[in-house]
Design a protein around this ligand. Structure first.
Ligand code: BTN
Length: 316
């Protein structure tokens, strides 16, 4: 899964701990990317980390302002960043809201989303100009988050349809999209939850993990949040729908697998053939019938993991 060697990972760890390290111990692309994110400085032959985990500081961040966010707001505690954005949806076309803690974090299909200190709990309000992206918005945001993590850590995270962010069989983050239609405008509220420095081991949830549990060290969250915002903007402004689908295909864990997908009370079992150009999951069941599914919860029946549906209808 990891594309970087252990010596590169150790250099990355030191850099994110705000140490100065030899330039030659890091790939150029990483240095260039961190320069774009205004997070490093140079001293002779060394590059020095200038990272922070204090998300309140992002309210004045120049990069976030340059993306066009008219409102950048941090809360220590809020019920849900999604609910807050809904309240301000009439006033802005781009806003970004994040909180240290959510008391009523919401997941897909009405589930609760645990949001303790240490994670990234974020909602982006984005007026979608390119209507061709509407159907594949959640896949596009998944691609953006995986891109951001890859650029910062040189690790290939994966996507489980529609948009769970995975490390092997474990989920590290999820995406919730709620669209609002006003006159001829579409305002999308993009919720992103990423387990970063919070510990999931004792959460009581199966199949989940945090970034710090994978890496063995804590990450400064500000740089992750900035990278996610930048990649979301790049994808939604510049990447064609066809390229998004192809990127998703390259990052996915789902195509070719035997799965069960739960759509409300219906469970369809079959092999995933592909995703359609409109982001639907294409499955062939044991009778040869082909289904195109636009929403639902996927469970792998072989390979990475297999757990039965829980009595509550959740997979977490
Ligand atoms: C999922 O179920 O996988 C989606 C989880 C989305 C969680 C995020 S955290 C920030 C935003 N606020 C919420 O209440 N939910 C989303």
């Amino acid at each position: 899964m990891t594309n970087s060697s252990s010596s590169t990972l150790s250099a990355i760890k030191n850099l994110y701990n705000n140490k100065c390290i030899q330039r030659s111990s890091l790939p150029h692309e990483l240095i260039n990317y961190l320069l774009t994110l205004e997070s490093i400085t140079f001293k002779n032959d060394s590059v020095c980390g200038n990272f922070s985990d204090n998300m309140k500081l992002l309210e004045n961040d120049t990069l976030l302002k340059s993306i066009g966010f008219q409102l950048i707001k941090y809360f220590y505690s809020i019920d849900s960043t999604m609910s807050y954005v809904k309240k301000v949806v009439d006033n802005y076309s781009r806003a970004i809201i994040f909180s240290e803690v959510q008391t009523k974090g919401r997941g897909r299909a009405g589930r609760i989303w645990l949001s303790p200190p240490g994670g990234i709990w974020l909602s982006i309000l984005w007026q979608v100009e390119r209507k061709e992206l509407l159907e594949i918005l959640s896949l596009a945001v998944g691609v953006a988050v995986v891109n951001a993590l890859k650029k910062l850590l040189l690790i290939d995270f994966k996507l489980k349809w529609p948009n769970d962010i995975m490390f092997l069989a474990k989920k590290i983050g999820g995406i919730l999209i709620e669209n609002m239609f006003k006159d001829d405008k579409v305002l999308s509220i993009i919720g992103i939850g990423l387990n970063v420095n919070n510990k999931m081991k004792f959460s009581g949830l199966q199949g989940v993990i945090s970034l710090s549990e994978i890496l063995g060290f804590n990450m400064p969250r500000n740089v992750i949040l900035k990278a996610i915002a930048l990649e979301v903007a790049r994808i939604l402004e510049k990447t064609s729908a066809e390229d998004i689908i192809n990127l998703w295909r390259r990052m996915n864990l789902t195509i070719g697998r035997k799965i069960a997908v739960k759509i409300n009370h219906l469970v369809v079992e079959g092999t995933v053939l592909d995703i359609s150009p409109r982001g639907k999951l294409v499955i062939e069941d044991s009778k040869g019938k082909v289904w195109e599914i636009s929403y639902g919860d996927v469970k792998y029946l072989e390979g990475i993991e297999y757990k039965r549906f829980s009595p509550h209808g959740t997979f977490r």
